[in-house]
Design a protein around this ligand. Structure first.
Ligand code: NAP
Length: 287
């Protein structure tokens, strides 16, 4: 293997240490404890794991957290009134509704109900628009984490070809906007892109956010590219695996993120960071 491994595990641990110091300072100097509320609807096992990891992250850095678990058949109005209650709760600076939601609930309505000042996931249409014009208060966590990892790789993005596979609202599209802000030339690919490898082979930076195990093979990657694997797939043997054929691609890439231990831990670190930022903004504290 020749590629440098960009360890999200290590980078996120460093960020969490820094956040813990910042939270401690907020407590001692201003008597402020940042607070995050997480709402989970139903019993999706993957969502339960994500929520547990978010709680653990809060505990580690000293953020107050509360978890609201609602049954899968909860009425939408009940969910909306809980969000309203949290919008008005001074202890809470960030509200996160774990997605996906059950089918009878209108996701857009729910995301729109979260106060834009507490939207630490950055999914409210207002914050999405702010990201579009380069003025986001809260950048969505996974794309933000990807950008931190790219910085860590040491690559100067100016003028580079960045190719993203995946056009979701939570990863593909926002990361494209962030890469544009860093002056990369951006291509977004999706299931109708033909031929896909013609696009991926020109990538100096290749981001895979597809949801298909080992989809990106070595023959799709330009030698020396930086490869960021966002995918989280569960194999039949229970192991986690990314969207990139890691062993083969690591032979030709210059840097690569592993799964697990790559983008995943960064998503949580960015959520904690957004919550601390929100608490500071709420209390008019400027660095
Ligand atoms: P998504 O909403 O399902 O989007 C997947 C994208 O991949 C779509 O744009 C789809 O194209 C594209 N795609 C599917 N098959 C393709 C193909 N054969 N060729 C080219 N493009 C193809 O997924 P997502 O929410 O963005 O998540 C993607 C992956 O990242 C998943 O594994 C998810 O678990 C993981 N993820 C990880 C984190 C983390 O913190 N580590 C966070 C979020 C997501 P169309 O639009 O044409 O359908």
């Amino acid at each position: 293997m020749s590629a440098k491994v960009i360890s999200g595990k290590e980078v996120s641990a460093r960020i969490k240490q820094e956040l813990a110091l910042e939270v401690e300072l907020l407590k001692t100097k201003y008597d402020i404890i940042p607070g995050l509320a997480v709402i989970l609807v139903g019993e999706n096992p993957a969502s339960q794991v994500y929520v547990r990891n978010k709680e653990k992250g809060c505990e580690l850095v000293g953020i107050y957290s509360e978890k609201h678990i609602l049954p899968a058949d909860v009425a939408q109005d009940k969910l909306l009134s809980l969000i309203e209650q949290l919008n008005n709760d001074d202890k809470i600076h960030g509200i996160l509704v774990q997605l996906p939601l059950p089918e009878h609930i209108d996701e857009t309505k729910v995301l729109e109900a979260i106060s834009t000042d507490k939207d630490v996931d950055g999914f409210h249409p207002y914050n999405v628009g702010q990201l579009m014009v380069g003025a986001a208060k809260f950048v969505p966590c996974t794309p933000q984490g990807i950008m931190v990892l790219l910085k860590e790789s040491g690559m100067d993005l100016v003028g580079k070809q960045a190719v993203i596979i995946g056009r979701s609202n939570i990863v593909g599209k926002p990361v494209a906007l962030l890469l544009l802000q860093e002056h990369a030339t951006v291509t977004i690919c999706h299931s109708r892109t033909k031929p896909l490898s013609e696009q991926t082979l020109k990538a100096d930076v290749l981001i895979a956010a597809i949801g298909r195990p080992k989809f990106v093979t070595a023959d799709m990657v330009k030698p020396g590219a930086v490869v960021i694997d966002v995918g989280v797939n569960r194999l039949p043997d229970g192991k986690l695996c990314g969207d990139v054929d890691y062993a083969a691609v690591a032979e030709i890439a210059s840097a690569i993120t592993p799964v697990p231990g790559g983008v995943g831990p960064m998503t949580i670190a960015m959520l904690l960071s957004n919550t601390v930022k929100s608490a500071k903004l709420y209390n008019n504290i400027v660095d």
